[in-house]
Design a binder for this molecule. Structure first.
Ligand code: DQQ
Length: 539
């Protein structure tokens, strides 16, 4: 880590410089993981968008190779925006992506590898039939983008959805095709919602109701449910339902923005995400874009903007009512120095250092036991918004059972600290677990977005311990509460708590004692993320 770049990460995916946003078309193909992403080759702000391309054998260490798709033809001359890959029969990958055409209209294009025997799929050729889908029949040409991975029904017909907004409603426009080139728009959308605006980067995929394995995108039976994700309102929201390919009916269990039902992949920063089925490991993996929370001029000074999350396995929870996520197992091979203890009382008002690890680049797992659950405060029925509740009850606000949790990126004297913590409330005979990530004291620097994030975790603390895992990496902390039932990602820019001046603590600012039943913390090595030498400039 260079001292003038304290915010560059050690094990999160980043290009060497410039702007990065959405992950595009992730896939596993013949032993290689591919990640494409929205990239500006000329600067640290959004613009001049191409598909940059990186490859990996393990999803941890990456090689940046030549850009895969960049403006060359009328149907994408003003930008190559988000899209997805689909692996067609005969092991042939295909990219569907949004092009910005000569009229600045959004259209959908196809590209295929030039040479299938190149294991890295370095060069892509665009279909002579582009654009394959255009904004006609009432589609707004500014609100029509981000095709998903396509799926094939038992009738062998391909389906794909494209995100849009029609008459003020977010909508997944559905197309069908026999040959992947000629696409017919189906009158009724796969789904739409009047409570949301434009749907960016939709994703539609099956999850298993009886196994922890992932499911390939075209598979579907009585043991699968379908997930529809849409990006709007700065967040990635999802709903669950049952999908019938015969009539392309998606019958939903809940809807977007239903009162009391706010299912999000992540309750902090996480946007424009995309999943893929990893057939090597039989799992579905989620990638998401984590943007900056400093200013544009800070980004220009840093020379870069944007991170990708650590890839997460994603599956249906045991209750079947939500998804759970967990960092891919491979990331654990970066762990080296370990500190571990168990059964330690965390007395009311105490702060306990977690020493001996690189606190600015770490992986921490902690489990809390609550001997005095009956101490929990009563939940006011008006406290329905977890983020608001966390921002009113920051880490410095004393409670009864909580706040307790971790202080990441902390100075020794705690002037700077990012607090990830829990508070327990009682409501009638139930307990409510609130998880918060409080950035308000994350940096003595001003003019940063220090918004507090929060989520309720669907769990009963009478029957299980409260667990937290945090992946800490210089300017990002990705936190997984309740074994991945609630995730919160935050970006922070400490001024003092950098490199060796960063410390990690466990804390309890409640009046009731809690117990750390187990804590494991590791320093994390750097991932090897390198560039090939002869990078071709996009034409
Ligand atoms: N980013 C892309 C769009 C997409 C948006 C452009 C989401 O295709 O809708 O860079 O972040």
């Amino acid at each position: 880590q260079e001292t003038d770049q304290p915010y560059r990460t050690g094990y999160h995916f980043q290009p060497p410089k410039n702007w990065m946003n959405d992950p595009n078309g992730p896939m596993y193909y013949k032993g290689v993981y591919h990640l494409f992403y929205q990239y500006n080759p000329y600067g640290a702000v959004w613009g001049n968008i191409v598909w940059a391309h990186s490859v990996s054998y393990d999803l941890v260490n990456w090689v940046h190779i030549d850009h895969a798709i960049y403006p060359t033809q009328p149907s994408d001359i003003n930008g190559c925006w988000s899209g997805s890959t689909t692996i067609l029969p005969g092991e042939k990958p295909a990219i569907l992506y949004t092009g910005i055409d000569t009229k600045n209209h959004q259209v959908q294009n196809l590209a295929v590898p030039k040479n299938l025997s190149d294991p890295l799929l370095r060069e892509w050729i665009k279909s002579p039939y582009n654009p394959l889908m255009t904004p006609i029949d009432g589609i707004d040409p500014d609100l029509y983008r981000d095709p998903t991975t396509a799926w094939q029904g038992p009738d062998k017909i391909w389906r794909v959805i494209v995100g849009s907004q029609i008459d003020g409603h977010g909508r997944a426009i559905l197309y069908r095709s026999k040959d992947f080139v000629n696409w017919t728009r189906i009158d009724s959308p796969l789904h739409s919602s009047g409570k949301t605006e434009m749907w960016e980067c939709p994703d539609f995929f099956p999850v298993s109701t009886r196994s922890t394995n992932g499911v390939d995108t075209s598979s579907q039976d009585k043991y699968t449910k379908h997930v529809l994700k849409a990006s709007f309102n700065h967040h990635d929201y999802y709903i669950l339902g049952s999908y019938k390919p015969a009539n392309d009916n998606f019958s939903v269990e809940t809807n977007f923005m239903d009162s009391g039902m706010d299912l999000r992949y992540d309750y902090g920063k996480f946007y424009a995400s995309k999943t893929f089925f990893d057939r090597a490991m039989n799992r579905r993996i989620l990638w998401g874009w984590i943007n900056e929370s400093d200013s544009e001029s800070d980004d220009i000074k840093k020379g870069w903007s944007g991170l990708q999350s650590i890839p997460r396995t994603i599956l249906l929870s045991k209750t079947g009512k939500q998804l759970v996520q967990w960092p891919i197992k491979e990331i654990e091979k970066l762990r080296f120095k370990n500190l571990s203890f168990h059964d330690k009382k965390l007395k009311s008002g105490s702060v306990l250092e977690v020493p001996g690890i690189t606190a600015s680049q770490a992986d921490v797992e902690v489990s809390f036991e609550l001997p005095n659950l009956e101490d929990a405060e009563i939940l006011d029925p008006s406290w329905t918004d977890p983020q608001l509740l966390c921002s009113q009850k920051k880490a410095s606000v004393r409670g009864k059972l909580g706040p307790f949790g971790l202080l990441a990126f902390a100075t020794k004297n705690l002037t700077e600290q990012t607090a990830i913590y829990f508070r327990i409330f009682r409501s009638n005979h139930n307990y409510i677990v609130l998880m918060c990530s409080d950035q308000s004291r994350s940096s003595v620097r001003e003019e940063l977005d220090k918004t507090t994030y929060g989520a309720f975790i669907d769990m009963d603390p009478r029957h299980e311990n409260i667990t937290l895992r945090s992946l800490i990496d210089h300017s990002i902390v990705e936190s997984f509460g309740g074994e991945g039932r609630a995730c919160i990602t935050a970006r922070v820019y400490p001024k003092l708590a950098i490199h060796e001046q960063a410390y990690l603590f466990a804390f309890n600012n409640g009046t009731s004692n809690v117990k750390i039943s187990r804590l494991n913390a590791w320093s994390m090595k750097n991932a090897q993320i390198v560039s090939t030498k002869n990078r071709r400039k996009p034409q």
